[in-house]
Structures are given as C-alpha cells and as structure tokens.
Design a protein around this ligand. Structure first.
Ligand code: NDP
Ligand code: 8X3
Length: 252
C-alpha cells in the first residue's frame, strides 16, 4: 500500500521538489500552500506523470483557525498520514537589528515558528491514533549559528531546532519520529521573497559558488523519511561544498 506524506509549502522550492521525489517513489501526497493555482498545476502534473493520488489544501500557516479547519476537513481516506514535512517558511529582509521592519519580524515568527506548531498539532491526532508517524521540520544553518543582519530569521530557525528536540522527547511514547533538517544556502524563491522581489540582491546570494538545489534538499528529506521504522535521523545539517557554516562561504 502506498504511503502518505503531508508537505507544507509545496508550491515552490524544497516543498515542490520533495513532492516530486515522494511521488516518484510511489507515495500519495497532501500538498499545501497559499497559492491554489500552483497547487492545482503541480497536482495535475504529478498525477499525470506518476501512478499516485494528490489531495491539496489551501491555507496560510499563520492562521490558527484556518490551519485546524483545513486539516480537520481531510476525508477519512486521507487521514493516515505517515510523514509530515513542516517546510513552509521564509525570511523577510536582511537588516541590522535596530533598523529591521518589525512587521517582517512578526511574519517570520508567525510563519516559521507558530505555523509549524499549528500544523504539527493539527496533524498529530492522525498519527497518535495510529501510534506511528514521522515529523520532519525544516530548520536552517541559520538556526545553528546567527549571522550578521540575520537576527530574527536566525532566531526563528533556532526555535525550530530547539522545538524539534522537545517534540522528539515528548512524542516518543506515541512512536513518532522527529527529524530536523538544516540546509545551508539553496537557490529557490527564498532570496526573491527575502529581498522583496529585488532580483540583483537575490542573485548576489548565489554568485561565485554552486549552492544547493531544491532537489538536493528534497532527496535528503526523502532519505530521512524512507529509513526503517526503528531508525531516526534526529538532526541533519547539509550545505553545498563551498559553505562551511551559516556565515562562511568560499567564493574562490
Ligand atoms: P521558497 O520561497 O521557494 O518556498 C517557500 C514555501 O513556503 C512556498 O511554497 C510558500 O507557499 C510557503 N509559505 C510561505 N509562507 C507561507 C504561509 N504563511 N502559509 C503557507 N505557506 C507558506 O523557499 P524554500 O523552498 O527555499 O524554503 C522552504 C523552507 O526551507 C523554509 O522554511 C526556509 O526557511 C527553509 N530554508 C531555506 C533555505 C534556502 O537557502 N533556500 C536554507 C535553509 C532553510 P505559498 O507562498 O504558496 O504559501
Ligand atoms: C536559509 C539559508 O543562509 O540564507 O535558511 O540563512 S540562509
């Protein structure tokens, strides 16, 4: 029987690439995001290409009531979720702490931290009921070590790192695995969102070296999800070869 993965932020980047990797391995998918048109075209494309089924849910992870309403609306035959990939997230701005836009801070905290908490709590009853499951949280190298002008984005990902550790302990009695994956710089729509559509600033982030691709990260997400039930990768950092940590990239 096919397994079922629930992926947030499936309209772009890691989430979209992960959807394809899971589909190509015969998993059924629940794909979520705010951009319904993209979810529909990804569903059509992957269902045509692979013998799998896809269910889409449109919601903003910041909206607690909407998250619970959407996830609780899943039909019974879509409730046996094996893996949840908490991927939806973003950075907004790259500014000194004393100058950053505080609305950007609110959005990052509400999305990267609170959104992950809401989705996890809404999906968990489907896992605890079956006494099995796996939650994969997307952190970042930014959460391992703060960098200049990263302040609240780095803090939000440090929270994902710490919350993942706590989730892992508390969910053990339910036989639910928790994995935190922390990628370094990867070329997706991430920097275009961070720099609010400024193409030259976004491109500069990836100039002079080969960053990770969305597929690189998706393959690692799938690897963690496909291990035997008794094996759990708890914490995983991956970067491109040119990157040593969150703030040092060799551009030689
Ligand atoms: P993208 O911008 O390409 O994709 C982000 C995804 O998150 C989109 O599908 C978007 O969907 C979704 N999303 C954003 N805000 C919300 C929201 N409020 N509600 C629902 N969905 C939302 O970025 P990446 O794929 O690069 O990033 C994915 C995750 O990986 C993020 O958590 C990011 O912080 C993290 N990360 C990224 C790295 C990178 O260098 N790219 C490195 C390390 C971690 P939609 O707009 O349709 O809602
Ligand atoms: C995204 C990677 O280095 O831009 O989390 O913060 S970085």
């Amino acid at each position: 029987m096919s397994k079922l993965v629930f992926i947030t932020g499936a309209t772009s980047g890691f989430g979209k690439a992960a959807a394809e990797v899971f589909a190509s391995n015969n998993w059924n998918l629940i794909l979520t995001g705010r951009r319904e048109d993209r979810l529909q075209s990804i569903k059509t494309e992957l269902e045509t290409k692979y013998s799998i089924s896809i269910y889409t849910l449109v919601f903003d992870v910041q909206q607690k009531a909407a998250v619970f309403a959407a996830i609780q609306s899943l039909p019974e035959n879509w409730q046996a979720i094996d893996v949840l990939v908490n991927n939806a997230g973003l950075a907004l701005g790259r500014d000194n702490f004393d100058e950053a836009d505080m609305d950007d801070w609110e959005t990052m905290i509400d999305t990267n931290i609170k959104g992950l908490l809401y989705v996890s709590r809404a999906v968990l009853p489907y896992m605890t009921k079956r006494k099995q499951g796996h939650i994969i949280n997307l952190g970042s190298t930014a959460g391992k070590e703060a960098y200049e002008k990263g302040n609240v984005y780095c803090g939000s990902k440090a929270a994902v790192d710490s919350i993942s550790k706590g989730m892992r302990i508390d969910l053990l009695p339910h036989h639910i695995k928790v994995t935190a994956i922390h990628p370094g710089a990867a070329e997706t729509e991430f920097s275009m969102i961070r720099f609010k559509g400024d193409e030259s600033k976004a491109a500069a982030v990836y100039a002079g070296y080969t960053p990770l691709s969305a597929k690189d990260v998706a393959d690692v997400i799938y690897y963690c999800a496909s291990l035997p039930a008794h094996v759990c990768i708890n914490d995983l950092v991956l970067t491109c070869t040119a990157q040593a940590n969150s703030f040092y990239t060799y551009k030689g």
